[in-house]
Design a protein around this ligand. Structure first.
Ligand SMILES: [Zn+2]
Length: 457
């Protein structure tokens, strides 16, 4: 160890000794006086003491020396050379509390840009939190409202942060994840991804759905709401998931492979989302799947994406969604006569469940009603079934032990989007929401640790 190292070590030892003396005194005095140990108070006190010791140690460690004469220049991004000026210090919040970093400052006399090369090396450039703390903020920030994150940081890590700091950090990390995804998406659409050589997957599913995210006013300007004449209050987040199936149960019903579901999503046009989902499926070995399935509701954008990015996949309209169409129409045809309505549903739904879509369409088209609006609606519904007939051959799908419902993506909309983005009083910007969606999907897919490791490399 050099002289500086020895001095640093001595200073840290001194700090530790002081802290240890202090808590030994308090704890043992306390026990002598009261006759018992308050474990929780003791452990919390000791954690704080250990943090202070750690912070003192880190502060010593992060006290950079004045650079030697031959290292007093640094290349500037403008092409000229920056020169060493002085040591400057800034506070940084670390996993053991606030520390002071003192490092050389370089200034370029040509473009007047200053820089701290040490900050880049330490991964704290323009940051008030250390990488360790930023990782924590990302994890709590994707999980719950930012102010909950602040509270969790206090109770779990004994660190004081503002909810704004949780928000800023989680958003900036999410934005970085999203930007990296965009780079990958560009490579994917240019067919520039490495060919996967892995074990083949028996059945691979791609599901997609849309769900509203409440947004600030400026994000909905000029957009019509769900109710005619009223402005929109939400923007549609599109969510996709990919999962695999290897087995079915004794009755032939499909079983989803445990922990095989991954999500991806964003508030973006269908065209962009299609590429995103394609990348996700590619990363899940789409090209190696023996059987490929796309499930969605009747929304047109879903089938456009299926056509464009997942050709050759079996397309299935969620059975429950299709049934809903029958039920909704029944309510309009028989608003009062519940018995007649039930009888009608039984007949039509039976056709639907049996995949006899042509019969169902025929039956719908033959309905005579006086109300022209209702007549038009019936034809629209008939058209919906006619158009999706091949996607509704449920017995054929069941024979192959396939899922015929989109329950997984609907649940995903609730857990990935709803639980985090639709709490009362929340209004998002599209940019902020997309960053947190990217971060949340990354965390839920179990990819966050890998991202964090690869980020520095
Ligand atoms: Zn410069």
């Amino acid at each position: 160890m050099d002289t500086r190292g020895k001095k640093t070590a001595a200073a840290i030892h001194e700090e530790i000794a002081r802290e240890v003396d202090q808590w030994l005194h308090v704890l043992f005095n306390g026990r002598r006086k009261t006759g018992h140990v308050d474990l929780e108070a003791s452990e919390m006190m000791m954690r704080s003491a250990m943090h202070r010791v750690g912070a003192a140690g880190l502060t010593q460690l992060l006290r950079f020396p004045v650079p030697p004469a031959e290292q007093r220049t640094a290349p500037c991004s403008c092409g000229h050379t920056a020169h060493y000026q002085e040591l400057r210090s800034k506070p940084v919040l670390t996993a053991v509390g606030r520390v002071e970093v003192s490092r050389p400052y370089y200034l370029c006399s040509h473009c007047h840009n200053g820089q701290f090369p040490a900050d880049v090396a330490l991964d704290i450039e323009h940051k008030e939190c250390s990488p360790g703390v930023r990782r924590m903020l990302a994890i709590v920030g994707q999980e719950a409202p930012f102010d909950h994150g602040r509270q969790q940081m206090k109770s779990l890590a004994d660190l004081e942060v503002t909810s704004k700091a949780v928000e800023r950090t989680a958003e900036s990390i999410g934005a970085d994840i999203a930007a990296r995804e965009q780079q990958q998406i560009q490579r994917a659409v240019q067919l520039d991804l490495p060919i996967v050589m892995g074990k083949s997957v028996p059945i691979l599913y791609v599901l997609m759905d849309g769900t509203g995210v409440p947004v600030v006013k400026k994000e909905t300007e000029g957009r019509a709401g769900k109710t005619a004449g009223e402005p929109a209050h939400t923007r549609e987040a599109k969510l996709g998931c990919v999962f695999t199936q290897t087995k079915w149960d004794a009755e032939g019903y499909p079983i989803r492979d445990p922990d095989s579901t991954t999500y991806t999503g964003a508030i973006e046009p269908a065209e962009e989302f299609g590429k995103r989902l394609y990348l996700q499926a590619w990363n899940r070995d789409w090209s190696l799947a023996e059987k490929k399935v796309v499930i969605g509701d009747g929304a047109e954008w879903i089938w456009n994406i299926a056509q464009q990015h997942f050709p050759g996949a079996i397309q299935i309209v969620d059975l429950f969604h299709a049934r809903q169409h029958v039920w909704d129409l029944a309510r309009k045809l028989f608003p009062l006569d519940k018995a007649e309505r039930a009888r009608w549903i039984t007949i039509e739904q039976d056709d639907l469940d049996k995949g006899k879509i042509e019969e169902l369409v025929c039956s719908l088209r033959s309905i005579q009603v006086a109300d022209p609006d209702l007549a038009k609606e019936i034809l629209t519904e008939a058209e919906y079934f006619a158009k999706n007939a091949e996607r509704m051959r449920y017995p054929k799908f069941r024979e192959q032990h396939l899922f015929v419902g989109s329950g997984v993506i609907e649940a995903g909309c609730k857990t990935v989007i709803g639980a985090r983005f639709k709490q009362s009083g929340m209004f998002w910007t599209v940019r902020g929401a997309n960053a947190i969606i990217a971060l949340r999907c990354c965390q839920m897919n179990g990819e966050f640790e890998d991202y964090w490791e690869s980020r520095v490399a």
